[in-house]
Design a binder for this molecule. Structure first.
Ligand code: PLP
Length: 493
């Protein structure tokens, strides 16, 4: 299996090279030349553990990894860092199947991929005779930074440096990052916003002088960005696993269709569901849920992608995105795998902030349904679900549940539906608790944590318990124009 860029199908690379590079030289995203079909019969998958399922799915995409290498990566990723052996449990609440993707180290779905990416990356480095240590450089607005830190912490042959806006993340998010353990982790608050952090990181990635000095010191940069296929492929696994669990428990017959609903930001998670469908998993509709930053809803409704609009700060911040990077992989696909056509559209996006697809391309999107939930609809969904079932949704999952409800009302489609639950309510305690009752807003963050435990009957996760008392290990703060100096200091060069 080889990978090509969505902007140029002449450059072919292996899976391990695609993982090391992240982005193609031409700015495109790596895609597999074709989507492989699932080989194991469903009856067999139904009896498999998460780790076994992961191997059966990932081996079809990462064909230059040996069985032993892949199994080792999987074993190191999906272990006791997760608070349940099921790794991704499926909970039936009323008539929806919530696929809980938040049982990892940082209690959000990014852990599903970021706990295995570091292992895939060092295996890929070995395979390609890379002698340097890999230095992961990341700018974060909160969630990705912590999940990447947790994934790379203590992984030999890697270092990770995370920049976050000092005054731009929640107190719990900040505490999660600055208490990160292990000597190969570095966390820096910058006196600036997320965009400035991001720009600073991009400048370092493209600085040839810095690259040369790094090489001499035995280092090279890499990225843990969500467009890396090393993050996309592990996300296909849990859709196959969820389906197999439903067959196993008799909820569905093997071969019966299900729908999937996904709270969407960068379009990575739902694209993984689309790939699972293309592998032969019986999925009907792919329901794409947005918050008030509803670029994707408008895109599915009109065929025009337009980022020229106001950026809204919502209670589901991990979905506050106006450019869904992974959508490019779907565009490439519905353009008939034509890099030329895709390049034209992406150029238009870069220059004008918008593009429009043809009717022919639109006709291939019928399996997608897009809608969005307002802030009010989101908090009502949290409150109603709690009142009717006692189950407490996080804000991102609630956006998806509200959109699924709209879909049901519009279509009357009663197909059994798996809903990707992307964060624990403990990660967004304040929004969740005030949605249930406004009286909670006056309380302090950790008081709310204890109240949430009482209401939900769900034990406070280790990720939250730890940071109550954990010592601050990372105190570096710098100006925007000092980011490179800080990196040199950390790497002692
Ligand atoms: C990142 C994230 C999303 C969005 O996922 P994409 O793959 O970017 O579409 C949704 N919910 C949570 C909690 C996230 O952290």
């Amino acid at each position: 299996m080889l990978y090509v860029s969505t902007r140029n199908d002449k450059e072919q690379v292996t899976a391990s090279q695609a993982i090391l590079k992240g982005l193609a030289e031409d700015g495109g995203l790596f895609v597999p030349e074709e989507i492989p079909a699932l080989q194991v019969p469903m009856e067999k998958l139904a009896g498999m553990t998460y780790q076994e399922t992961a191997y059966e799915v990932m081996k079809l995409f990462l064909t230059d990894f040996t069985e032993e290498e892949l199994k080792q990566c999987i074993a190191k990723a999906y272990d006791g860092k997760f608070d349940t052996e099921e790794i991704a449990p499926l909970k039936k609440v009323r008539d929806t199947y919530f696929l809980e993707l938040f049982h990892g180290a940082t209690i959000a779905f990014k852990d599903m991929a970021l706990s295995i990416l570091p292992h895939l990356m060092i295996t890929a480095a070995r395979k390609n005779q890379v002698k340097n240590d890999i230095v992961i450089l990341t700018a974060t607005s909160g969630d990705t930074g912590k999940a990447a830190l947790a994934g790379f912490a203590g992984v030999e042959g890697t270092k990770i440096i995370v920049f976050y806006p000092k005054d731009g993340v929640s107190p719990i998010q900040q505490k999660q990052m600055v208490t990160q353990q292990e000597d190969n982790t570095f966390v820096v608050g910058i006196c600036g916003n997320f965009d400035q952090a991001q720009t600073g990181v991009k400048q370092m990635f493209s600085d040839k002088e810095l690259e040369k000095e790094m090489e001499e010191a035995g280092y090279q940069f890499s990225s843990a960005n969500s467009i890396n296929i090393g993050r996309l492929v592990p996300q296909i696994v849990y859709y196959v696993y969820a389906y197999a669990r439903m067959v196993q428990s008799g909820e569905i017959q093997a071969g019966e269709r299900i729908n999937v609903t996904v709270p969407t930001g960068n379009f990575g998670n739902i694209l993984a569901a689309f790939y699972a469908k293309n592998m032969g998993l019986p999925i009907g509709k792919l329901i794409c849920a947005s918050n008030e930053n509803k670029v994707l809803y408008d895109f599915f409704a009109t065929g025009a992608y337009d980022r020229n609009r106001e950026f809204v700060l919502t209670s589901s911040p991990s979905m506050d995105i106006l450019i869904s990077s992974n959508l490019e992989r779907l565009i490439y696909r519905i353009a008939g795998n034509d890099p030329e056509k895709n390049r034209g559209l992406m150029k238009s996006l870069q220059e004008k902030g918008r593009y429009e697809i043809t009717e022919e391309m639109r006709s291939q999107l019928l399996e997608f349904y897009g809608n969005y939930a307002s802030e009010k609809e989101t908090s009502s969904m949290i409150r109603e679900t709690y009142r009717e079932s006692g189950y407490i949704l996080d804000t991102h999952t609630a956006v998806a549940a509200a959109v699924y409800q709209k879909y049901r009302e519009e279509t009357n489609d009663k197909t059994k539906t798996v809903l990707a639950s992307t964060a624990s309510p403990y990660k967004f305690t304040r929004s969740v608790m005030t949605a249930i009752d406004g009286k909670y807003d006056s309380k302090a963050d950790f008081e709310l944590v204890d109240e949430l435990a009482v209401l939900s009957g769900v034990k406070v996760p280790r990720a939250i318990e730890e940071i109550r008392t954990a010592p601050v290990r990372h105190k570096t703060v710098c100006e925007v124009d000092e980011m490179q100096r800080v990196v040199r200091e950390f790497l002692q060069m």
